[in-house]
Ligand binder design. Structure first.
Ligand code: PRP
Length: 209
């Protein structure tokens, strides 16, 4: 039986923080921090394999068992859902989900509000819960352009430092929730590779304390 533990790591900001956490757990993954275009790497011991995927694809790799463990933003889990165990809030990559637009824009009692977002499901649920009818415009990046070019009235997006909003003359109009990186595990792997995964998860918990 394959004893390798495979991690799905989101390329970009999350990868670096994830590697730092794994180093604290005694996994030598210095090579992850080096610039590379490789999509599959192993640690020095060969026990752990890392696959680098688009952040929004992490849950599907873990759900399908191609990866045993993954690190992913709560925003992605909320948007796409996944049949995985969410074992820990890793406490990094903290940001907020928010509705943003031009300062003073009145969101109340607006019907047919145009909302640009890459979080269509979250947006639909959020506005439905407020009983507000909206038109969702799906974008894949540079969401802040929406109101600036008149494509949308507002946006629903993650806000980290708030710099992108500020530099584009926009502001948070409504906060939805805080989000951060989560540790997710494949449901079958947690049983079949328990001897390898459980001690690792415990080390991760200790490293977080
Ligand atoms: C995200 C998000 C905002 C920005 C927020 O975009 O969609 O645009 O970061 O960060 P800030 O509050 O620190 O400015 P990302 O950098 O992931 O790029 P994208 O536009 O391609 O989604």
């Amino acid at each position: 039986m394959d004893k390798t533990v495979t991690f799905a790591l989101a390329k970009g900001r999350l990868a670096e923080k994830s590697a730092e956490l794994l180093q604290k757990c005694g996994i030598d993954c210095a090579n992850i921090l080096e610039p590379t275009r490789k999509l599959v790497l192993t640690d020095a011991s060969g026990k752990y394999k890392f696959i680098f995927v688009k952040p929004s694809d992490v849950p599907i790799y873990v759900e399908r068992g191609v990866a045993d463990i993954g690190v992913v933003g709560k925003d992605t889990l909320m948007e796409d859902g996944a049949d995985v165990y969410e074992l820990a809030d890793l406490g990094f990559a903290k940001c907020r989900l928010a509705v943003a637009g031009y300062p003073g824009f009145d969101l109340t009692d607006r019907t047919g509000l145009k909302v640009a977002t890459k979080y269509g499901n979250i947006a639909r649920r959020y506005f439905e819960s407020k009983g507000q009818n909206v038109e969702i415009i799906t974008l894949h990046g540079s969401i802040e352009l929406g109101p600036i070019v008149g494509l949308s009235d507002v946006i629903l997006d993650i806000v980290e430092s708030g710099k992108t909003l500020k530099e584009n003359g926009l502001t948070v109009l409504e906060e939805i929730c805080d989000v951060s990186a989560r540790l997710i595990v494949n449901k079958v792997s947690l049983k079949t590779k328990a001897q390898d995964i459980k001690p690792l998860v415990e080390k991760i918990f200790s490293a977080l304390e």
